[in-house]
Design a protein around this ligand. Structure first.
Ligand code: PMP
Length: 321
């Protein structure tokens, strides 16, 4: 594991802290055999006013929805899970980190029918730098259109952030990397732009900002939603509509959004230069607003930051030693 991925000391498991090394499951757990998990990826930032989790409410809501879609009965409430995320950041002593809440079907049945398997809830945290490489947010990345199609409606539900969806993501990512690209963009089953293996996509053409709609089988990204809100506040209209593949080649600017990737400009697609081949002015403007909120430099007008102390259930003296 690289220094960039230094993990926490503890894992939150079903309401208790356990040492990182003890967060193990049996090989015959349902999730190992059948991919039955839902999860989140959340970032906690060091702001000028202390550590704060970005859009914790929206992430936990999406986790609860993902579990609901898969008929997983969560033994913890929305408030419990928000508190648990804050507790873990404090217990691990991180000022900045990435958080991974994970709900899985555990050990208890060998067949496909998931109902007899117990629901286990874990939260892990680690330090995670720039997902698409150092400097990616300024220089941009080179990407390809994947030969793999994004999951089709009525197969695996794309609104659920489920572990199994990431088999499709892995095909997209592996193909891109083997061919020398930082990331791949998949098309939806109709041939319109869908999303990256772990990012949503935005395009700018003639001052119009556009992004694929939910029916292009995308994950409803929380960074995507944040960018739409930032644009609205800046008076920039965002169109959510089916976008043909070739728009990627003739757009003035293209960028990815995601918790891990944050806002990463795309400088070429399939070796076709996008716009000026570098971060464009609108991307830079949106990044400035976004990173300004995360650093605490800009006012948190949308209430996106949850200071970790504000929702933690831990009293200073009861934190794990
Ligand atoms: N699409 C996929 C497939 C993803 O895995 C992610 C990362 N969670 C995103 C989009 C971006 O979502 P968010 O901004 O909520 O991280």
């Amino acid at each position: 594991m690289s220094a960039e991925q230094e993990h926490g000391q503890f894992v939150w498991h079903n309401g208790s802290f356990i040492p990182w090394a003890d967060a193990r499951i049996h090989v015959m757990s349902h999730v190992v055999n059948y991919g039955s998990s839902v999860f989140e990826g959340i970032r906690c930032y060091r702001t000028s006013k202390g550590s704060a989790i970005f859009r914790l409410d929206a992430h936990i809501e999406r986790l609860v929805n993902s579990a609901h879609i898969y008929r997983m009965q969560l033994p913890y409430s929305y408030d419990d899970l928000c508190a648990a995320c804050c507790d873990l950041v404090l217990a691990d002593g991180f000022d900045e980190c990435y958080l991974r809440p994970l709900v899985l079907r555990g050990y208890g049945t060998f067949g496909v029918d998931p109902f007899p398997a117990p629901i286990e809830v874990y939260i892990c945290a680690w330090k995670w730098g720039k997902y698409l490489g150092a400097g990616a947010c300024e220089q941009g990345v080179d990407v390809c259109v994947s030969s793999w199609t994004r999951i089709a409606p009525n197969t695996l539900p794309s609104m659920a952030k489920a572990g199994a969806n990431y088999m499709n993501s892995q095909l997209i990512k592996m193909e891109a990397k083997i061919n020398g690209y930082a990331e791949g963009i998949a098309l939806d089953p109709e041939g319109y732009i869908s999303e990256g293996s772990g990012e949503n996509v935005f395009l700018i053409k003639d001052d119009t900002v556009m992004t694929p709609p939910l029916y292009s089988t995308i994950l409803p990204g929380i960074t995507r939603d944040s960018v739409i809100k930032i644009c609205q506040r800046l008076g920039i209209q965002v169109l959510e509509r089916a976008i043909p593949r070739e728009m990627l080649y003739i757009a003035d600017e293209v960028f990815f959004t995601g918790t891990a990737a944050e806002i990463t400009p795309i400088r070429s697609v399939d070796k076709v230069t996008v716009g000026g081949g570098r971060r464009g002015p609108t991307t830079e403007l949106i990044q400035k607003e976004f990173f300004g909120v995360l650093s605490g430099e800009n006012e948190d007008l949308f209430g996106w930051l949850t200071p970790v102390e504000s929702k933690s259930s831990l009293q200073a003296e009861s934190q794990p030693a």
